[in-house]
Design a protein around this ligand. Structure first.
Ligand SMILES: Nc1ncnc2c1ncn2[C@@H]1O[C@H](COP(=O)(O)OP(=O)(O)OP(=O)(O)O)[C@@H](O)[C@H]1O
Ligand SMILES: [Mg+2]
Length: 272
């Protein structure tokens, strides 16, 4: 995958398996979001194939891929600001396969958005709530594959814990999840398999216990502390500065194991 003369992805090969959480980690600019764009159909690679359940979907548009069961969230929050929370989730449900009128209510409940917040416009909502709205919008389409680009960015510790629980439950329910995340503690507690990307290539893959203790993990951490200006240095002009808020306190990891889907634990601070 090239942007002009710049090779953003080079020979990347990975499989996203149903019932598993796969993660992609790596320094800023490694190509993680570009990989998501290729999978979701928002950019077209010069070479290579994207397949879903054995079917070659490379020529299909992003909308067609959504209808086949690929949903995603974006690194930069992407909600319709003047629509209410419930209306945003309905947009996601209408893109799904097939259109299920109960999907909106079910998803609002699952993400703890079924209270008064459902009628509020998305604009002005706190980051943690917005992230839940985005996740709800993606889930309302009843995807088979869920691509999450830095879902924990801007969340506090309690919100990250609640997010991890719900993502594990979705995987236990059979969904295939691919998570790009800079929070390596979250990745370690969540992922079944981790791919480390550097400069457009996957340089290591394996269970978090082995992969996250390699030099690449230190490299990912080091790059993480680069100033935001450096991280955004190669962005197209006018793009917003990115930030990757980092928690300093380690979080306890939950024991792995099947978990049932139940509504989001709303942290007290995020309850609205
Ligand atoms: N639209 C674009 N035009 C030109 N170059 C781009 C474009 N989008 C991304 N790039 C460049 O491609 C490379 C990969 O970017 P990408 O956003 O995929 O990285 P990333 O791993 O998601 O980084 P981050 O952790 O900062 O989100 C970077 O060098 C980036 O500057
Ligand atoms: Mg990115």
């Amino acid at each position: 995958m090239r942007y002009g003369g710049f090779v953003a992805l080079d020979g990347v090969e990975l499989e996203v398996v149903a019932g598993r959480v796969s993660a992609v980690v790596g320094p800023n600019g490694a190509g993680k979001s570009t990989l998501f764009h290729c999978l979701a159909g928002t950019v077209r690679p010069a070479r290579g194939t994207v397949s879903l359940g054995g079917r070659d979907i490379t020529p299909l548009s992003a909308q067609a891929r959504t209808r086949l069961g690929i949903a995603r969230t974006f690194q930069q929050s992407a909600v319709f600001p003047t629509l209410t929370v419930a209306e945003n989730v309905r947009v996601g449900a209408e893109q799904g396969r097939p259109w299920d009128p109960r999907a909106v209510e079910r998803t609002l409940r699952l993400l703890g958005l079924d209270g008064p917040v459902r009628a509020r416009p998305a604009t002005g909502l706190p980051t943690g709530t917005l992230r839940r709205v985005e996740l709800a919008r993606a889930l309302a389409a009843a995807p088979r594959v869920l691509l999450l680009d830095e879902p924990a960015a801007g969340l506090d510790t309690a919100e990250v814990t609640a997010l991890a629980r719900i993502l594990k439950a979705l995987a236990a329910d059979g969904m295939a999840l691919l998570v790009v995340e800079h929070d390596l503690d979250l990745v370690a507690g969540l992922a079944d398999i981790v791919h480390v990307m550097t400069a457009g290539r996957i340089v290591a893959s394996g269970p978090p216990g082995s992969v996250l203790h390699t030099p690449e993990r230190r490299s990912a951490r080091d790059h993480h502390h680069l100033p935001a200006a450096r991280a955004g240095a190669l962005r197209p002009p006018g793009g917003p500065a990115r930030r990757h808020p980092r928690r300093t306190r380690p979080r306890p990891h939950r024991a792995a194991g099947p978990q049932r889907l139940r509504p989001y634990d709303r942290p007290a601070r995020a309850r609205r």
